[in-house]
Design a protein around this ligand. Sequence first.
Ligand code: PGA
Length: 249
Amino acid sequence: MRKPIIAGNWKMNKTPEEAKALVTALLPLVKDASCDVVVCTPAVDLAAVAPLLSGTNVKLGAQNVHWKESGAYTGELSADMLKACGVQYVIIGHSERRQYFGETDATVNLRTLAAVKAGLTPIVCVGEKREEREAGYTDALVAYQTQIALAGLTAEQVKDVVIAYEPVWAIGTGLTATDEQANETIGVIRKAVRDVYGDAADAVRIQYGGSMNPKNCKGLMAQSEIDGGLIGGASLKAEDFAQVVHFDR
Ligand code: PGA
């Protein structure tokens, strides 16, 4: 009953010209996808890519959003600015932003509230570091990250949020959580949503992210709790990303 969603996270890759070329190659390969398809490009590529995506089944996403509507916040972008560029989704709280740019659970929450208020669909990232998994903190940590990120939303609003479970040790490393590990932790995340928002949890789409690729996507997507993928490295090649989009073939 939850429609799968496969999103590409291009991170800090592709100039506007390169972005247009990648999208042009991708569109025909995924035009008959049975899942929702999103590409989250660097901010400078949004305006270049938006006209190419208009009227297609591929939606545009950004990689961050500020919580204020405007003002003296050098380097930041507001939800309304993103919307004006044709953006519909926005990644929030990616582990790289938490690790390198001082993102905290509190700022993840502010950004999530601002995105929802503006009508953007947040893709809220949660996940544990390797030492946290080894110490046995994974479940408590992802539950806490999830509940704080969503605090202040209504159950109705929570239904439309996308959550990405990305174990930090699996991102860009070639290490993937096993299908069962990913499914189990995503179940923990869904329970954390249920504990606060009740049955709205059944509508929330929860992706797996971390070295997901054409080879391992089928096994991951076959798990009952996994509703999609947030794809980094493999989203930079049209053929690879299209194969993940067609995980059901
Ligand atoms: P990866 O990145 O697929 O390259 O591991 C995923 C992500 O960070 O969203």
